[in-house]
Design a protein around this ligand. Sequence first.
Ligand code: PRP
Ligand code: URA
Length: 206
Amino acid sequence: MLHVLEHPLITHKLAIMRSKDTSTKDFRQNLDEIAGLMAYEITRDVPTRDVVVETPMGDCHTKTLATDIVLVPILRAGLGMVNGICDLVPTVKVAHIGLYRDEETLEPHEYFAKYPKCMDDAVVMIVDPMLATGGSANAAITMVKRQGAKNIRLVCLVGAPEGVKAVEAQHPDVDIYLAALDDKLNEKGYIVPGLGDAGDRIFGTK
Ligand code: PRP
Ligand code: URA
């Protein structure tokens, strides 16, 4: 199911990121901040367990997180969302999936994968700023499913309708979270209006 997390703070920060005049430093900072805001919303339903904590005033019956949360950035651009979420949930474990999109065919190619052991029972959040054709997201979801992941959430900043459709068709069990659903893809597979090449803008490689 698709969830577009519309919130004035998220939209404001995303508007800064979209501007072609935004510096690498400000692009990175706003990406991290949006990732944190999105994670706050997306983790609303994670399982908790009852605990008793002794405060200076006595016992407090409260709750703590009852499950592992695994963050799975799709390299490179997904790395730009990791710190913002780690700041919010310092106990997250971080897997890595290396995929690049062939600029001609737009097909994803895998070059790296490393996972923690707890994928089966964890809430798994795959993060990548851009959901364009959906090829990279679909490949990453297939990879984490092979590791046993069942509770999977795909978290992207900007999505194209084509990418959303592709993921919904191949992985209907995965919830998709976006900060914005844009208009379309152009002939080169870039999201319009989008924000350009996320990886290049995060790492200053263009
Ligand atoms: C970008 C982006 C996604 C992918 C989206 O990565 O970060 O991973 O393209 O496109 P898709 O939905 O059509 O697969 P890219 O392959 O450019 O690699 P990078 O992160 O290293 O820049
Ligand atoms: N990857 C990006 O970084 N930007 C797009 O618009 C599409 C794919």
